[in-house]
Design a binder for this molecule. Structure first.
Ligand code: UDP
Ligand code: MG
Length: 316
């Protein structure tokens, strides 16, 4: 019998976990041909999330959990889950019921048809402000324009991954992770499913614009070095412009003579160039920072407690 892991990263989700469990087990019970594992990754919650998960495990032995030593963020929680999952396929799903578990049977059906990565694309984003939708759109456009790999727009982490995708993703040990990019990067046979994204069932989102901006910068800098190239191109263009302007000034002075003037234009040019230089430095700094973080070669996470099928003391 094939085994499927449902991977659920959870951070302060006490209010919604029981509801999630009810919906999820309803869906899973309708699929008697498969064995399931519900792997909760407790990402250092400060509320009673862990207690709720433990209570669920008492009731249902399909429930497994990895308890991380502190809050590492969803990206790390996901790789921890992938490290510990034991299924032939993994479905990554948010704890807040924004990703409808009802889609899982269809994902599995496509998987059986030979697709390796069945991802759910949002047809609509209910419960999100126009501002969030707009910024999300701009971000996808920007990211896509800088890379040749196809980035899936409006797609979250809700997807089914075949074992070989999981093994591929486990090879990505970078600390500053942008998992959405990795899903595209690894390739394999992909299939798209459309769904309407619901507002969260309970609790509140952990994202704010600061975090989203960071994720966006993360996404771009971990995926492409285009910003460095853009800085170089801007530098070259400005140099050419400056050279032409210099020729112009020389000839103007030779032909017409020239009383010294031009404080405002000088200020404008200096400030503009200063700004561009600072931005370029920031861009370089962004990459240097990444190099710094990666060369430290730290482990991605630590586990406080694991309870599940995977044999302990495995290599990490
Ligand atoms: N999450 C996590 N660690 C964090 C933040 C979030 O594991 O530091 C989990 C969270 O419990 C949820 C999922 O990631 O299952 C998505 O989080 P959220 O609903 O806050 O994000 P949104 O749906 O608003 O993008
Ligand atoms: Mg959510």
């Amino acid at each position: 019998m094939k085994k499927i892991t449902i991977l659920i990263p959870a951070y302060n989700e006490e209010q919604v976990l029981n509801q999630l469990y009810d919906v999820l087990s309803g869906v899973l019970n309708s699929l008697p041909d498969y064995q399931f594992e519900m792997l909760f990754v407790n990402d250092g919650s400060t509320d009673s999330t862990m207690a709720v998960v433990k209570a669920l495990r008492e009731r249902d032995e399909r429930v497994c959990y990895v308890d991380l030593s502190r809050n590492f963020g969803k990206e790390i929680a996901m790789i921890a889950g992938l490290d510990y999952c034991t299924g032939d396929a993994v479905v990554i799903i948010d704890a807040d019921l924004q990703d409808p578990p009802e889609l899982i049977p269809q994902m599995i059906a496509y998987w059986e048809q030979g697709y390796d990565d069945v991802y759910a694309k949002r047809r609509s984003r209910k419960g999100e402000s126009w501002m969030k939708k707009f910024t999300a759109r701009c971000f996808y456009k920007l990211l896509q324009s800088t890379t040749r790999i196809h980035i899936q727009e409006n797609t979250g982490d809700f997807r089914l991954l075949d074992r070989r995708c999981v093994e591929a993703l486990k090879k990505f040990r970078e600390t500053q992770r942008y998992t959405k990019g990795m899903f595209s990067w690894i390739g394999y046979k992909k299939k798209e499913l459309l769904f309407d994204r619901q507002p969260r069932a309970a609790g509140k989102t952990k994202w704010n614009y600061m975090k989203l901006t960071n994720l966006a910068i993360e996404g771009i800098t971990s995926f492409t070095t285009a910003p460095l190239r853009i800085s170089s191109i801007i530098g070259v263009l400005i140099s050419i412009g400056a050279f032409l302007y210099m020729l112009f000034i020389v000839f103007k002075t030779l032909i017409f003579g020239d009383p010294v003037q031009g404080y405002p234009s000088m200020m404008a040019v200096m400030l503009l160039l200063g700004g561009i230089q600072l931005i370029s430095l920031g861009v370089i700094g962004e990459y240097v920072g990444r190099i710094f973080n990666e060369t430290k070669n730290r482990p991605l996470y630590f586990v406080n407690e694991y309870n599940g099928e995977k044999e302990q003391n495995r290599d990490k």
